[in-house]
Design a protein around this ligand. Structure first.
Ligand code: SF4
Length: 205
């Protein structure tokens, strides 16, 4: 029986579990399969070109971590960056998004400022060859096998199924849009827990 999600604490619990167990499984997958991962500190091309999608539960989780970590002045700065990126990203297809080179609002001095609570998509995006990244070809350069690893797949599906079994929205949303909404609308969490759907903008492909 899946955990009943009735509060932000429940969302945090299942999301912590996803991030912890997927990090362990990804590390094991890379070691066992002797995969060369080209990602390194200072390489941030994917954070400037790739549309990151989050599940609503991840958005609420990340917004909560931001509120815990930053002062209200700093949060206002983050909100302004999110608004700016949201206006550029809204209604853009994957390719249009990539072509605009929208730098992630959480990229600061070439590093992820939310690294410990970054979305699953960022955690699972491993590049095979740094040369492809330098040529803006991050999309063609992923360790795709990771998505098909049965252990990782099971962990991700457990998370998605927990959300589904609670009859909560589980459609992915664009990162800036989702975090902006969860940070700025105090009524959103209650609506979400009351099973309201369609609170985030629909993604275009
Ligand atoms: S959340 Fe962090 S890792 Fe993900 S795109 Fe933004 S800066 Fe990069």
């Amino acid at each position: 029986m899946a955990l009943s999600i009735k509060s932000i604490q429940d969302i945090n619990k299942v999301t912590d579990s996803l991030y912890k167990h997927s990090a362990e499984a990804i590390k094991k997958f890379v070691t066992t399969n002797k995969i060369h991962v080209a990602c390194h500190s200072g390489c941030d091309t994917c954070c400037k070109t790739i549309r990151i999608e989050v599940l609503p539960t991840e958005a609420f989780y990340i917004a909560e971590k931001l509120k815990e970590s930053y002062s209200s002045e700093k949060l206002q700065e983050i909100i302004m960056k999110l608004e700016n990126n949201n206006s550029k990203a809204l209604n853009k297809t994957l390719n249009e998004y990539g072509n605009q080179r929208i730098e992630c609002a959480f990229l600061v001095n070439g590093e992820c400022s939310i690294y410990n609570y970054r979305p699953y998509k960022c955690r699972a995006f491993l590049a095979k060859d740094a040369d492809f990244c330098k040529k803006d070809q991050c999309y063609t350069n992923q360790v795709e096998a990771l998505d098909y690893d049965p252990v990782i797949h099971k962990i991700v599906m457990k998370y998605i199924n927990t959300i589904k079994e609670n009859n909560l929205e589980n459609e992915p949303a664009e990162l800036h849009n989702a975090i902006l909404k969860t940070l700025t609308d105090d009524t959103l969490l209650e609506k979400y827990l009351n099973k309201e759907k369609g609170m985030f903008d629909t993604l275009k492909f």
